[in-house]
Design a protein around this ligand. Structure first.
Ligand SMILES: Cc1cc2nc3c(=O)[nH]c(=O)nc-3n(C[C@H](O)[C@H](O)[C@H](O)COP(=O)(O)OP(=O)(O)OC[C@H]3O[C@@H](n4cnc5c(N)ncnc54)[C@H](O)[C@@H]3O)c2cc1C
Length: 219
C-alpha cells in the first residue's frame, strides 16, 4: 500500500531535529530505521505530516561501555549491539535478549530508540529497560532543548505494558527526540533471572516474571 503524503527533512544536528519535531504541531515524527513507522503509515495507523530522518545524527549511534554500565545511543541498531564484542562481558543479558529480536533484516535497521518510542509490549527492549533499571533520555524543544531523563523502573511497577505505553507517550508528548538509554550493569539477581527458561515467547511477560521472581527472592 502506498504511504500517505508527507514532508521529509534530514537534519544534520540534534537541535535542528528537535526544532523540526516541534514545528508541525504534534504531527511530525522521527524516522529511525522505519521498521515500524513505514508499515504503520502504509496501514494509515500513523499519518505524520513531516518525517524527520535522524540518520545524520551519528552521535546517536554510539555504544559506550563504562564502569557504571552501558550507554546506548537511540540510533544504535540491534546489529550494532550484537557485533559489539565489549558487550559479551559488559552486558551479556542485553546481548542475549537482542539476539531474539526478529530476523537479520530487521536487526540491520531496527534501533533502540525506535523500539522504545514504538513501545510494543512484546518487544525485547522494554523488558531490558525494566530489568536493568534503564534511564531513558530525550531532548525536547521546550525549555531551550532541556534533556529529560525517565527511569524505566519507575514507570510501571512490574506492569511492562503500562511502562511501555508511558514511555511512548512521554516521547510523543512535547515532540521530543529520544537520544539514548543508560542500562545498568546486569542486575544482582541475574543468575536467577536466567533460570526462567524456556521463554514463553513474549519478552514483556518473561521480564515481568523475572522481575517479580527476583523481587520475591529479595524479600
Ligand atoms: C517483522 C518485524 C518483526 C519484529 N520482531 C521483533 C522482535 O522479535 N523483537 C523486538 O523487540 N522487536 C521486533 N520488531 C521491532 C523492530 O525490531 C524495531 O525495534 C521497531 O520496528 C522500531 O523500528 P525502528 O527503530 O526502525 O523505528 P521506526 O520504525 O523508524 O520508528 C518507530 C517509532 O519510533 C519513533 N522514533 C524512532 N526513533 C525515535 C527517536 N530517536 N526519538 C523519538 N521517536 C523516535 C518513530 O517516530 C516511530 O513512532 C520487529 C519489527 C518487524 C517489522
Amino acid at each position: 500500500m502506498k504511504l500517505p503524503p508527507f514532508e521529509y527533512a534530514c537534519p544534520a544536528t540534534l537541535n535542528e531535529a528537535v526544532a523540526l519535531l516541534a514545528s508541525h504541531g504534534g504531527e511530525a515524527k522521527a524516522l529511525a530505521g522505519g521498521q515500524s513507522l513505514m508499515p504503520m503509515m502504509a496501514f494509515r495507523m500513523a499519518r505524520p505530516t513531516l518525517l524527520v530522518d535522524l540518520r545524520k545524527l551519528k552521535d546517536l549511534r554510539q555504544i559506550k561501555v563504562g564502569a557504571d554500565g552501558v550507554r546506548l545511543g537511540a540510533l544504535a541498531r540491534w546489529r550494532d549491539i550484537l557485533d559489539d564484542k565489549r558487550l559479551d562481558t559488559a552486558h551479556p543479558l542485553l546481548k542475549d535478549a537482542v539476539s531474539h529480536v526478529a530476523h537479520y533484516q530487521i536487526r540491520n535497521r531496527g534501533t533502540v530508540g525506535g523500539s522504545i518510542a514504538h513501545a510494543d509490549p512484546a518487544a525485547e527492549m522494554p523488558g531490558i529497560c525494566q530489568t536493568c533499571e534503564a534511564v531513558i533520555t530525550a531532548v525536547g524543544n521546550d525549555r531551550a532543548g532541556a534533556t529529560h531523563a525517565v527511569l524505566a523502573a519507575d514507570m510501571g511497577a512490574g506492569e511492562l505494558q503500562v511502562m511501555a505505553q508511558a514511555v511512548g507517550k512521554c516521547c510523543a508528548w512535547l515532540d521530543r527526540c529520544l537520544v539514548g538509554l543508560a542500562v545498568d550493569r546486569e542486575p544482582r539477581d541475574l543468575p536467577l533471572a536466567h533460570t526462567l527458561s524456556p521463554r514463553p515467547g513474549c519478552a514483556a511477560d518473561e521480564s515481568a516474571r523475572s522481575v517479580s521472581t527476583c523481587s520475591s527472592a529479595r524479600r
